[in-house]
Design a binder for this molecule. Sequence first.
Ligand code: CA
Length: 233
Amino acid sequence: MKNGPRVLVVEDEPAIAELVCVNLRHNGFQPVWAEDGVAAQRELDAVLPDAILLDWMLPGQSGLSLARKWRNDPRTKGIPILMLTARGDEPDKVAGLDAGADDYITKPFSTQELLARIRAVLRRRAPEQVNDQAAAGELVLDAATHRVSWRGQALKLGPTEFKLLHYLMKHPERVHSRSQLLDKVWGDHVFIEERTVDVHVKRLREALGGAGAMIETVRGAGYRFAVDYGAAA
Ligand code: CA
């Protein structure tokens, strides 16, 4: 499950960060560790995660002010934030939720509780990404397990190719321009060139093998996912 949801873990205590990351990885997530707000911002500028686990007490900017900042930034405002706090008292929880956190979890927490909370925020924010299936002919994509198969054979797709295929399968027979795909699949394209779309489409076609021809190039316009091909092939 290499393509699981990407979780940015912002935590300054290495022991806790390691424990959380090991458990996340073991359960199919892709954790990325940042030890403070500066490192976390660097990660966010590079790749947007599916969720953020944010420690309350951090050196430099506090988790609370980071949550507020990311919630007010159009690039990051849609990313679920789960706050980790050592204090369990009510005013802090309320402050965290006011700042834009989707949920909070009080240390010490059990792995099961943490995983359940992360899955819950992912479900609430992006239902399509967590529990969803798409099929076209014999090409099947299962968003819950991040698996794709063609004629019963499992295919290996990178995370971006997976998202791209998911979007195309959900919106078949339509022509999508490169900039529309950047908007819908990458979420924002501040740092991404349109040519990047072509690179990922090429990789996706290669990964799909026999089903690759379902992704048609529409000259001068963009790309289309053609279901008919799958039905006929
Ligand atoms: Ca801390």
